[in-house]
Design a protein around this ligand. Structure first.
Ligand code: MG
Length: 390
């Protein structure tokens, strides 16, 4: 019996993801006496192994380059912070949005996008590798913690939020969860919000990390409106240290873009007046959006970062080394799966008996994708090339 004090839907808007209307878990479970279902999802994610590994996985910089750069863990926490702020204001489901944000990068390979591209190339004849789908695979299948089921047995709405993109080919294998990638339609508002909070977080923290690393300069950044407007204002406001000036600028940028997101989304919700989450899903466009002006500014910053930071020669050099490590490990394990730890070697044997080479390749991809940057590097040094200069 849900008492009012424990009713997790009590403060939510009609269009929020409500526990009472949830599409539920794959394996039915008894309710917890005082934790709601989305809170349980959040708690399961925090306690899972893949979550702890995020601390040693890179966004842009390799973990050992410095202690002050973002890792996937701190990135995920920043995404959750931004999304929860907006969720609370819009009376969306804060527990759900937090669960989605904390889980959204669980499937990332070591070494950021370089690792994912390398693994996708290694898997090209075996169904490919998509980090988003891998995040879902982690929570649906790979985590091994419960007696009654594989994975974390998360609610549909949490899984819906984790699966941000998906190819049509893979969507066809996912049943109800894949439908929107085939027939069109939106996920719930919490998923839409987590998606944009992710974009806000990485744009802004990459400015901070890029400056800190000396790969981009304030002068270059002043070619981007979003940065220049806030930076000039902060400089006018008074004499503070260069470090505090950058921090205040990034802070003001996040505040500006989050406030715009909030106001634009509030207006969209007012105009569309969705009666419930199914009306949100049926809407032709996402309702969580930036205004056109802010969207243009956000995209201009993203373009700047792509050209100046992600394609900086130092980042590209790291990308090439990461590519070599991931591809080298894949090849080594694929040629001799017994080199992997028992759990993974056993999977490779079973899946290869069931599905042939593709099954063996998938077991190897799961193992390599789960590695942290430093684990991958030490395995590469041990098995492939002890002399690699990373
Ligand atoms: Mg992310």
């Amino acid at each position: 019996m849900v008492t009012e004090a424990h009713d997790p839907d009590a403060s939510l808007a009609a269009y929020a993801a409500r526990q009472a209307g949830s599409r539920g878990r794959m394996h039915a479970e008894a309710p917890h006496p005082y934790r709601g279902e989305f809170q349980r999802d959040r708690d399961r994610i925090i306690h899972c192994t893949a979550f702890r590994r995020l601390i040693y996985k890179t966004q842009v910089f390799v973990n050992h380059e410095g202690d002050l750069y973002r890792t996937r863990l701190t990135h995920s926490l920043e995404v959750a912070q931004i999304a929860r702020t907006v969720a609370r204001e819009l009376q969306l489901n804060e527990q759900l949005v937090e669960a989605i944000c904390l889980a959204h990068d669980l499937g990332h390979t070591p070494f950021g996008h370089a690792g994912q591209d390398a693994l996708n190339r290694c898997m090209r004849n075996y169904g490919g590798f998509e980090h988003n789908l891998q995040s879902l695979r982690v929570v649906d299948e790979l985590e091994d913690r419960y007696a009654a089921f594989r994975g974390l047995n998360l609610c549909f709405e949490t899984r819906e939020g984790i699966l941000k993109h998906c190819s049509r080919r893979n969507a066809r294998r996912l049943g109800a969860l894949g439908e929107r990638f085939i027939n069109g339609g939106q996920p719930g508002l919490e998923a839409q919000l987590a998606n944009l909070a992710d974009a806000i977080a990485y744009n802004n923290h990459d400015v901070d990390d890029g400056l800190r690393a000396g790969l981009i300069t304030v002068d270059e950044l002043c070619s981007v409106d979003l940065f220049r407007l806030e930076y000039e204002q902060i400089c006018r406001d008074g004499r503070i240290s260069p470090r505090a000036t950058i921090n205040e600028t990034v802070r003001a940028m996040i505040n500006r873009i989050v406030s715009d997101l909030l106001e634009t989304t509030r207006a969209n919700l007012h105009a569309a007046a969705p009666a419930n989450i199914d009306a949100v899903r049926a809407n032709p466009e996402p309702l969580v959006q930036f205004s056109p002006d802010t969207y243009a500014q956000h995209m201009a910053l993203k373009k700047f970062l792509r050209e100046s930071l992600y394609r900086h020669e130092r980042v590209l050099a790291m990308t090439q080394r990461a590519d070599k490590v991931v591809a080298g490990l894949f090849e080594t394990y694929f040629n001799d799966p017994a080199v992997m730890p028992d759990e993974h070697a056993g999977r490779a044997r079973r899946w290869s008996a069931e599905q042939g080479e593709a099954g063996q390749a998938r077991a190897v991809a799961d193992y390599v994708a789960g590695m942290t940057d430093r684990y991958a590097l030490s395995a590469y040094k041990r098995l492939v090339d002890a002399a690699i200069d990373f």
